[in-house]
Design a protein around this ligand. Structure first.
Ligand code: GLY
Length: 340
């Protein structure tokens, strides 16, 4: 078992990474908890043993269910079982479940403890760590969007049981590898030289270090969005036909081309992006066919990570990845064309 500490003062917690890590769960529960509300989805293969009474709430699958309506249903369920501030919510599932369970915990009685049991690779290396929780705001009259309503609410602990990985579909694994690929460019570590448990734990540790330095994304945490500016545009433009992790793989290749266009990196570094994304992780780094480059650039300008308007990207350089503001639409378009 590898334990990664997320150092956040009195909100610090541990992440347990390893085969059979779910057996650490009971020890992670707050000592005050007399009952637990387990939030999960149908088909999640991980069963948890808590040692305290619990009720299980099964939320729907798909972005449509990542909604305020689901939060209301959960809160009604919590009320029905008499869940108090001393008790605990347990999110058992992938990123959608832990985002929703975390947000429900953050608002129930103005905030009660939550523990995440992450069952997907993407959740383990990203979504379950760092305290971002939230739901989508369903579009009414064209106004709405993904993850627009949420809270920073750190879990009391996170379990990454690697046994769950053997139950994932190849697409779910691909999505996790898209998020993992970005970590290759956030530090100088040779992640490919590591065995899978160590590599996953190192991704968690990199994220923990970034979050510890900038919990509320005032600066450095934005680097975790490497590859995400185009990825978000692709998700919107394909109406989520392309999944998040797949889109991040394409976004990383794009970010490399854009950095080369701007004279920040050379051909060899662009090739390293291909080697990781397409070579090591067997992701498709090319743009999905039939999309309009101008429309993608327009959507990238609307990305909610954009700090001051205009086109903002996280881009590589010989100093490492950095937030780069004020990229011209011409350069953004040209880099799309460079992808072939
Ligand atoms: N997924 C990026 C972050 O947690 O900041």
């Amino acid at each position: 078992m590898i334990t990664v500490h997320v150092p956040l003062g009195d909100r610090s917690y541990d992440v347990f990474v390893g085969h059979g890590a779910r057996r650490e769960l009971a020890a992670l529960l707050p000592t005050t908890a007399k009952r637990a509300a387990i939030v999960t989805q149908a088909g999640i293969p991980v069963r948890v043993e808590l040692g305290i009474p619990s009720e299980t709430f099964v939320i729907g699958d798909g972005e449509h269910h990542k909604s305020l309506a689901t939060i209301e249903t959960l809160c009604r369920g919590f009320a029905g079982m008499g869940l108090t501030r001393n008790d605990v919510v347990i999110g058992v599932g992938g990123g959608m479940v832990t985002d929703v369970a975390g947000f429900a915990a953050s608002v129930w009685h103005r905030g009660i403890p939550v523990v995440h049991v992450s069952t997907t690779l993407l959740g383990m290396v990203d979504a379950a760590i760092g305290g971002k929780t939230g739901v989508n705001l369903e579009a009414v009259d064209g106004v709405g969007g993904k993850n627009l309503v949420g809270a920073y609410w750190q879990p009391s602990g996170v379990i990454c049981d690697l046994d769950a990985l053997s139950t994932l579909s190849s697409r779910e694994l691909r999505c996790g590898r898209g998020e993992m690929a970005k970590y290759h460019f956030l530090t100088g570590d040779d992640l490919l030289a590591m065995a899978e448990p160590e590599r996953i734990a190192r991704c968690v540790q990199i994220k923990a270090e970034v979050v510890a330095g900038d919990e509320r994304e005032g600066g450095r945490r934005a680097l975790l969005n490497y590859g995400h500016t185009l990825a978000h545009a692709l998700e919107i433009e394909t109406e989520y036909e392309i999944a998040h992790g797949e889109a991040v793989g394409v976004g990383l290749i794009y970010a490399a081309h854009l950095a080369r266009r701007l004279g920040r990196i050379g051909d060899a570094r662009v090739q390293q992006h291909y080697d990781v994304v397409e070579g090591a992780y067997e992701l498709d780094g090319s743009l999905p066919p039939g999309l309009h480059p101008q429309q993608l650039v327009r959507l990238m300008g609307l990305d909610k990570k954009v700090l001051d308007g205009g086109l903002t990207f996280v881009l590589d350089s010989d100093r490492g990845v950095e937030v780069v503001k004020g990229v011209s639409p011409e350069a953004a378009l040209a880099a799309l064309a460079d992808m072939g």
